[in-house]
Write a new protein. Structure first.
Lengths: 338, 338
C-alpha cells in the first residue's frame, strides 16, 4: 500500500512531469519499475494522458547495428520536431546504464534533454515481469508528452513478444551472413515483424538475406490462412506484408526510406481500422500480466501464511498424497474461478 | 490430459525403470520435464517409491572446479557401492548436452550406466519453471533407486534457491581470489549453504577466503537471531554452522574429508529431527510452484477464451478505466480466494 504522503509526492511528480520536468519523469519511471503498488497508483493517475505517442519496437542481435540505427532514427525524429523517449531493454546496449545518460551513448551529436529521454532497464528480473515493467514505462513516457517512443530489445524471446504487443510498429534488424542468427530468432520473428531492416547492406550477402526473408514471408502467409486462431499471439499487423529495406546505419543510406516505411505502416493501421485491434491485443496482454503477478502474490500468501495449509503439507510428508494431488486439492478448496 | 494409451505406456515405463532399465528412466525424465500433465501423472504414480535417495545440491561459478569436484565425488560414491544420479542445471557445465552422455563428460574413468546416470537440463525455460522441472526429475531419479542424487547448478539465483529446497545438503564452491564472485552470489549464499568448499586450495589466498567466509558466517548468526521469520526462505540447516573445507579436486586432496562432512551433516539432520523440517520447506515450495503454474494456465484461459473479458478490455480502450483498475475488477469478479 502507498501512504497518503507518498500519494501526494507522486501527484506532485506527475504535475511536474506533465509540465515538462524530465527529472520528475525519471523518478516516476523508477517508481513504476520497482514498486507494483506505486505502478498501479501512477498508471491510474496518468492513464488519461496516454495514447498519443507512436510506439516503435526495435529488436536485433548484438552486432546488428541496432544502436547506430536508433541513433540515426533519433536524429531524424528530432529534426522533424518530435520529442523522443527510449526504453532500452537490451542489457548489452550502449544505451544501458541508468536514466538520462546522454553522455554514455555513442551519439553522433548531442540532443537536448527536452528532446530525447533515454531510460535503460538494466535489471531483467523486474518485479511482476519485464514486459509489465516495460509497458508501464512506455505509458509514463507517453504521458510525459513524447511523440515517439522507441523500445529497444535484443532477440525475440517470450518477454519481447509480450513487449511488442505495446508497439504500433515493430522493426526487426538482421544483417548479411549470420544464417544462424536468423535461425535463432526465427521462431518468433514472423509473428512480430512489421518491417525488416537488412542493415550493413554493403556486406556480402545482403541480397541473399533479403531473398531468404522473402521466402520466409511466403511460407508464413500460407501458415496464416491455416491458423485463424493465432491472431491472439501474433503482434504484427494482419494483412500487411512486412517490407524489407536494406540500410547502412553508419552512412545513413536508405534511412529516409526506412522512416517513410514506418509512416506507411502507421497510415495502413489507421486506414484499415487496425489501431483498435492493436489496442485490444495490447491491453489483453497487460491485464494478463497484472493478473498473473497479483495471483502469484495471493498464492504465496496462501501457502506461507495460511495455517490450514500445514495439514496439506503434512499429508505429503506422510506419503498419503503426492504434491500434484495436494495442489489440486488446495486449488479446489481455496481458489474459485468463474 | 493424457490418453489411456499414454497412461499405459507410462505405466510400462515406470515398471521398467523400477526394474533398473535406464533407458526407461531417460524417457520418463523427458516426459516429466516437457509435459506438465504427464509430470503430474508420473509423480503421482512414483511418489510412493521416493524418499530414499540422499540429495546433494552443488553450486559454484564457472571455473570454480565444480565439475572436477563432482567427478571425484561420483568416484567416491560408486566405490562405496552407491548408485548415483546427477541433474545438471548449469548450462555451461560439461555435463550438459542430453541424457546418458557419459562419453561427453571429462570423467577420469568410465562408469557403468547402471552406477551413474546423468541428466542435463539444457533448456532453462522449462514448462512451469526450472525449479518445478528439476524437483520432479529428482523424484524420478529417486524412484529409479539411485542412492545419491547430485544437483549441479551455477550461481545462486531465485531458481537455485528454490531448487536447493529439495536438497538435504547444499554445497557451495568458491575459489581463492575472485572477491567479486562471492560478492555476486553473497545475497543468496548464506541462506542456502550447508558446507563451503574452498577449491583450488593451493592457489594464493585460500586461507584468506576461508577467513572471509568465517566472518560472513559470524555476521549471519546475528542476523538469524533478529529474523525469526526467515526460516521460510532459508534452506540451509538451522543451528548448523556450515563448515568450510579447502580442497583440490584435481589431486583429490581433502576430498575424503569433504565427503565425511556431508555424512556429518546428514547425521546432524537425523539426530536433530530436522529431516521433517527439510521436507516441510521442500513440499511447501513444490506445491507453491505447481499452484502458480496452474493458476497461470487458468488466468490465460480466462483472458483469452472467456468472451466476457472483451467488455473489460473495451473499457480500457475507451479510456473509462486503466489496466490496473480493470485487473482488480476482473480479479474480484472471476477469482475468489479463501
Amino acid at each position: 500500500m502507498i501512504t497518503e504522503d507518498n500519494k501526494e509526492r507522486i501527484d506532485s511528480l506527475i504535475s511536474k512531469m506533465r509540465a515538462g520536468n524530465q527529472r520528475a519523469t525519471g523518478r516516476l519511471l523508477t517508481l513504476v519499475e520497482n514498486n507494483l503498488d506505486a505502478a498501479a497508483y501512477i498508471i491510474k493517475k496518468i492513464y488519461e494522458f496516454t495514447g498519443n505517442a507512436y510506439i516503435i519496437g526495435i529488436t536485433g542481435a548484438p552486432g546488428s547495428g541496432k544502436s547506430s540505427l536508433i541513433n540515426t532514427m533519433i536524429e531524424k525524429f528530432v529534426d522533424a520536431g518530435k520529442r523522443v523517449g527510449i526504453v532500452a531493454v537490451d542489457p548489452t546496449s550502449p544505451f544501458s546504464g541508468g536514466a538520462l545518460l546522454g553522455d554514455r551513448i555513442r551519439m553522433k551529436r548531442n540532443f537536448s534533454i527536452n528532446d530525447v529521454f533515454i531510460r535503460s532497464m538494466a535489471n531483467r528480473g523486474q518485479l511482476g515481469g519485464l514486459a509489465r515493467a516495460t509497458k508501464d514505462l512506455v505509458k509514463v513516457l507517453d504521458a510525459a508528452q513524447n511523440d515517439i517512443i522507441l523500445i529497444e530489445t535484443v532477440g525475440v524471446g517470450q518477454s519481447e513478444v509480450e513487449i511488442f504487443k505495446s508497439a504500433h510498429t515493430t522493426v526487426v534488424i538482421v544483417i548479411p551472413g549470420l544464417g544462424d542468427e536468423i535461425q535463432a530468432i526465427k521462431a518468433g520473428i514472423m509473428e512480430i515483424t512489421d518491417i525488416f531492416v537488412v542493415n550493413k547492406m554493403d556486406f556480402a550477402g545482403a541480397d541473399q538475406k533479403v531473398a531468404e526473408l522473402e521466402s520466409m514471408l511466403d511460407l508464413n502467409e500460407k501458415y496464416e490462412v491455416s491458423n485463424p486462431d493465432h491472431s491472439l499471439i501474433v503482434t504484427r499487423t494482419q494483412g500487411w506484408r512486412p517490407p524489407i529495406i536494406k540500410t547502412n546505419a553508419i552512412t545513413g543510406k536508405n534511412i529516409d526510406k526506412f522512416i517513410s516505411l514506418i509512416e506507411k505502416h502507421k497510415k495502413y493501421l489507421i486506414e484499415n481500422n487496425q489501431m483498435e485491434n492493436k489496442l485490444k491485443i495490447k491491453y489483453r496482454s497487460e491485464v494478463l500480466e497484472i493478473l498473473k503477478f497479483r495471483m502469484t502474490q495471493n498464492i504465496e500468501a496462501l501457502i506461507y501464511k495460511n495455517p490450514e495449509i500445514n495439514q496439506y503439507i503434512d499429508k505429503i510428508i506422510a506419503k498419503e498424497k503426492d504434491p500434484y494431488s495436494i495442489s489440486e486439492e488446495i486449488l479446489l478448496k481455496f481458489i474459485h474461478m468463474g
